[in-house]
Ligand binder design. Structure first.
Ligand SMILES: *Cc1c(COP(=O)(O)O)cnc(C)c1O
Length: 397
């Protein structure tokens, strides 16, 4: 087998505006932090970087939980970590399903031999707590799991009622925060959440590769009292936690430079402040919706149930989904997402996540979409940019 190394050119992806369902735009500071020298995973300098990363993660999750770490892997690794550590074969597990990521939880619970209690809502709607209450009646589920920000539909799930139901039935409350952490208020301790996981590439604005995760004392107790060993060696938190804790016992080599990146992304979040960050996500979302509606397009999710960081827009009559997204990428260097599953070809998913949630991107997207739709002969309303600008103007008075 012969190979000419010079056939392979430098990697040069060009600059993109990442307004899809993730990854989102990564600030230059984060990429710079990643390029610091790689050192050993037990080097004292790295150990203190780990401690600081945990401190910053607790700040972001708003928790005192000792086990608050980045799992080595993407958001799905965090999802799998939660279930594999907290569920044993035969345990009853309630999973709420109103989109792709709820169905992924179902798949994992089934693979682990859990007894699934499934509560569904239409895709694009929130889960009705009353249905969950009925589903757990007379049962003793080990875990009640829900997705906070369903990235496949743009629905924001209120957590308080579901948390109360979990507590009443003696279940741990497990929440997917992959898309919400860093963009929505997700106070673990105040809400009473027992297990949560996220991903670095959505509202944290760091490249993909780590999954921030946090377990409450109650979740740790469930883990310690297991009758069977955790079915995954790599994701066994009873072992991983002794590397992140005082023992510093080697388990697997930490992805050193990814942790530099996460620490920098978290430092940027702390500099901005959580309240300011959440407010920024809200206003850019409102400005986007105002522009989209001025064009005569409509949102999939009802007002009041929408996520600020993921906007599902119904594809208007006469528009070609793929052609529009191709033009956005080729002519405007902009990525948005298409629909998943039942929503394929029906919606566009426009992310305003973390660093990408800014006025510039809102205006760029609206003008690009307007230009493309007009060029493709789709009739749309006028004044999108003005409608959007009015939202920002109203803010400053
Ligand atoms: C993106 C996402 C995941 C999966 O994360 P990966 O990083 O792609 O593995 C899980 N849940 C939700 C809600 C997501 O948006």
């Amino acid at each position: 087998m012969s190979l000419n190394a010079f056939d392979f050119r430098d990697i040069d992806p060009g600059e993109r505006v990442l307004m899809g369902p993730g990854p989102s735009d990564v600030p230059a500071r984060v990429l710079q932090a990643m390029s610091a020298p790689c050192i050993g995973h037990l080097d004292p300098v790295f150990l203190s970087i780990m401690d600081e990363t945990q401190q910053l993660l607790r700040f972001l999750f708003q928790t005192e939980n000792a086990l608050t770490i980045p799992v080595s892997g993407t958001g799905s690794a965090g999802m799998e970590t939660c279930f594999v550590n907290l569920v044993e074969p035969g345990d009853e597990v309630v999973v709420c399903v109103n989109g792709v990521f709820g169905t992924r939880m179902v798949d994992i619970v089934n693979r682990l031999g859990g007894k699934l209690i499934r509560v569904d809502a239409e895709w694009g709607r929130t889960i009705d707590p009353e249905l969950v209450r009925q589903a757990v009646k007379g049962r003793h589920p080990k875990v009640l799991a829900v997705v906070h920000a369903e990235t496949s539909t743009g629905v924001c799930q209120p957590l308080d009622d579901l948390c109360a139901i979990a507590k009443e039935s003696g279940a741990l409350f497990l929440v997917d925060m992959v898309t919400s952490l860093g963009g929505l208020d997700v106070a673990l301790d105040r809400t009473g959440i027992d297990a949560a996981y996220s991903g670095t590439q959505k509202c944290i604005s760091c490249p993909p590769g780590l999954s921030p995760l946090s377990f409450s004392t109650a979740a740790m107790k469930v883990l310690q009292q297991r009758k069977t060993p955790v079915a995954s060696w790599y994701l066994d938190m009873s072992m991983v936690s002794s590397y992140w804790g005082a023992d510093r016992k080697y388990h697997h080599t930490a992805p050193i430079n990814m942790i530099y990146a996460l620490r920098e992304a978290l430092r940027i979040i702390a500099e901005e402040g959580l309240e300011a960050r959440f407010a920024r996500h809200r206003v850019n979302h409102r400005a986007l919706v105002a522009g989209v509606e001025a064009m005569g397009l409509s949102m999939l999710v009802a007002e009041g149930e929408r996520l600020p960081m993921l906007n599902a827009i119904r594809i208007p009559e006469g528009a070609n989904d793929l052609k529009v997204r191709k033009a956005l990428l080729n002519d405007f260097s902009m990525e948005i997402g298409g629909g998943l599953g039942a929503l394929a070809g029906k919606v566009w998913r426009v992310g305003l996540m973390g660093h990408a949630s800014r006025r510039r991107n809102v205006f760029l997207f609206l003008s690009a979409l307007e230009t493309i739709l007009k060029a493709q002969g789709v009739s749309i309303g006028t004044g999108a940019l003005e409608a959007s600008a009015r939202v920002y103007d109203a803010m400053t008075v």
